[in-house]
Design a protein around this ligand. Structure first.
Ligand code: GLC
Length: 376
């Protein structure tokens, strides 16, 4: 009975808070045939230069959250089934662009499980680690925070209990591999546990994964978010190990979902929402404010810093509405001392146009109003 109530409450919460993907993220490749460029540095070489601790040493979670500040997701690259399949292959130039624009942080979504053995011990392929190392170091070496995110773990969403062992064994390897990296590398345990994942299962799994991570990384800051696709409606069901203060709590915001995901090919029925605008009326602004105040209240009650880890409006919405919405969300997050990371850099929500090699100024203006990269 209780379980039914929890599930019902979760479904309600998801409806109320929206979610990044109401249906499993099935994508059609936007640029078939693009293959990853093997720009990875040999394992260990660049890693050695990034192992020295910065002068400020290990920060607490609130300090690190301030350093995260304003960031951008490098989405649709390393979390595609293989890099390039969704049209994006990470380039050194992208990290430099993001740095020059004034972003403090790169969030790196990674689909780990497909680059590992399918059964125990689930060994992650060394060549994939090399590619991720290159990306991590490309951010860290520029003085940016890198959030290494465990993205699109689809089997776990279907059966979290069956996948617990794989989840923990993958994390044991990732944590061990990056244990000597500096504090500006942050781990994120799991992107968007869906509403098919009961909160009780997620709370158990996250505590176990955290225990595994802490064996090799006792002081590293770890990001964790609620069920319901990391929507704010899942926060009341999130239970964290009380004594672990090295945590930042994340949520994703795509409200109103019919506006931000209009025409998204991975969301069933979203073509019907095409033409939905966001005018920035008092009522629209107030809706964002109300949502964010509830998150802020949760953070205060639990003594946890808050990261808005994803927000963005898809390119099928009109640019004026996207810019207005992006401004409102970023400003209100900052007012409540949330760090934020825009979704995303150069794909369907992109603030940067990789074909034209220039920023989309209406979005950049709202994200980083003082950016010297305007017009570049
Ligand atoms: C989530 C999904 C990602 C999607 C984004 C926006 O992060 O994992 O695939 O693009 O939300 O819908």
């Amino acid at each position: 009975m209780q379980r039914i109530l929890v599930l019902a409450a979760l479904c309600g919460a998801v409806l109320q808070s929206g979610c990044a993907s109401m249906t499993p993220a099935v994508r059609s490749p936007s640029s078939p045939g693009v293959s990853p460029s093997p720009t990875a540095s040999p394992a260990g070489t660049a890693a050695a230069s990034s192992t020295a601790l910065p002068a400020y040493g290990w920060p607490d979670a609130f300090t690190l959250n301030q350093r995260i500040g304003r960031g951008v997701n490098f989405g649709d690259a390393l979390e595609a089934p293989s890099e390039g399949e969704w049209g994006i292959v990470l380039q050194d130039e992208y990290f430099q662009k993001a740095k020059d624009a004034g972003f403090n942080t790169i969030r790196l979504p990674v689909r780990w499980y497909v680059h590992a053995l399918e059964s125990a011990p689930f060994t992650i392929f060394p060549s994939f680690f090399e590619r991720v190392d290159w990306a991590v170091e490309s951010g860290l070496s520029r003085g940016m925070v890198v959030i290494l995110d465990f993205h699109h773990f689809l089997p776990f969403m279907d059966c979290p209990r069956c996948e617990r062992e794989r989840f923990l064994m993958l994390w044991a390897q990732i944590a061990e591999h990056y244990k000597a990296y500096p504090p500006d590398l942050v781990f994120e345990l799991l992107n968007e546990p869906t509403d098919a994942v009961p909160a009780s299962e997620w709370n158990e799994a996250l505590a176990s994964a955290l225990a595994v991570v802490r064996e090799s990384n006792p002081q590293r800051i770890v990001v964790v978010g609620p069920v319901g696709w990391n929507g704010l409606g899942g926060l009341p069901y999130l239970s964290l190990p009380e004594s672990d203060r090295g945590l930042i709590v994340t949520f994703h915001y795509y409200e109103p979902f019919h506006f931000t995901h209009q025409g998204a090919d991975w969301v069933d029925g979203s073509n019907a929402w095409l033409g939905t605008t966001w005018t920035g009326s008092a009522a629209e602004q107030q809706a964002v404010r109300k949502d964010f105040e509830s998150v802020s209240a949760w953070g205060t009650a639990h003594g946890r810093p808050i990261l808005l880890g994803e927000f963005g409006a898809y390119s099928k919405a009109d640019m004026d509405s996207r810019a207005r919405w992006t401004a409102a969300v970023a400003r209100q997050a900052a007012e409540l001392s949330f760090s934020w990371v825009y979704w995303e850099f150069c794909s369907g929500f992109g603030v940067y146009d990789p074909a034209a090699h220039r920023w989309r100024d209406p979005l950049l203006d709202e994200l980083l109003p003082e950016s010297p990269q305007r017009g570049k």
